[in-house]
Design a protein around this ligand. Sequence first.
Ligand code: SF4
Length: 482
Amino acid sequence: MLTTNPFDDDKLREECGIFGIWGADNAASFVALGLHALQHRGQEAAGITTYDGAHFHSHRAMGHVAGGFDREDIIRKLAGRTGIGHVRYSTTGETALRNVQPLYAELNDGGFAVAHNGNLSNAMKVRRTLNRRGSIFQSTSDTEVIIHLVATSSLTAPLDRLTDALKQVEGAYSLLVLTEEGLVACRDPLGIRPLVMGKLGEATIFASETVALDIIGATYLRDVEPGELVLVNNAGIRSYRPFAPAAPRPCVFEHVYFSRPDSVAEGKSVYEVRKNIGAELSREAPVEADYVVPVPDSGVPAAIGFSQASGIPFELGIIRSHYVGRTFIQPSQEVRHLGVKLKHNANSALVHGKRIVLIDDSIVRGTTSVKIVQMMRDAGAKEVHLRIASPPTRHSCFYGVDTPERAKLLAAQMGIEQMADYINADSLAFISIDGLYRALGDQRDATAPQRCDACFTGDYPTSLTDLEDQSGGAPLSLVASR
Ligand code: SF4
């Protein structure tokens, strides 16, 4: 039986990563490398579309980039000096090749390929309208509405048609669009999802994270600004701002968990911010303990920060196997409970008889926390205190991150004390929302938040036309000890 790894199932998941390049020989090989660096943003499928000046070429495959694009014949087939690519993590609905991006269509004025990171929160409504007008959809992806809106736009110039389409959608989108006119990169007016721009010789590159620039030896130039469209073609690089100005609301969770720690997001080192979060957490929720132990790998930088600020030694009390994927074959019912140990195992010799402060990045359903705390206790830990490097996740994300429905979020159902009991931790504490902003070097303005922090606060920065408002929930205290 193929089953989901219980640890992976209990994390929020970024849904996509995108990468594009204009002006490099063998563009597809650069795109494949860039997608490798973005693999953590989506492991279900990957795709690349290139343009050679006369024809578009596409290859899309289920699974990791390594499996789908490491064959020379595939890369050779993707001819051209420009290309875009996408890694996808499937969320709701089916995981089918027809939903794998870049999506491609032949429009009136030529080929149109699009790679999208984010989620359109009015896609179903727009789709119904388009359906009534006769549009026939080829996928169940929200991104496809952009293609149909471009195709049916009454405007003439390709960039105007794209802008016209984007003005009809709401939600989060960082997009790469490849047409015969050039490569377009754009971010929604609030800049919810990231997109950076770089340079390699004469080539221009766009990527979800700077780590994808690093892997091909490119230099970071700047972020694509919220609400900005950048067109790159033989005439050079031009920037457009077709939307009404709005206060940006980039996703705060990129810093907590989604981005790789070796990336720089909004000009800040993700690694340093995570260490700051750990330091803030140690000040907000101090605890006497013998060791600070991270839940690997994502809890490591915050645990280092907690250890440095508190003076409690950092130790690897949990060892992670790097050879377990998102799913694994479960041999039989009898060994089901052993499955959790495939990915994480307690370092018993270290933790036996010790007071442990465990650092994890977030609690989603709580299933991982229950198992990890029990694992520490089974290994002989005297006390287990859990510290979480994000505020309680009480609301679902509708902007391109896979979140369980609100009813399944532990923090939406329980107060902190109840959660500590449920997890069987001696104490449990989360960083406060203000502490999280401080770790980013900001001060949160509750009347006009500078970021999207909706999964913690319920303050969604856009309308959610397709969904019921799931915000709300009684305020809860942040620390509980037992
Ligand atoms: Fe990021 Fe949370 Fe906002 Fe989604 S709801 S964009 S995960 S901060």
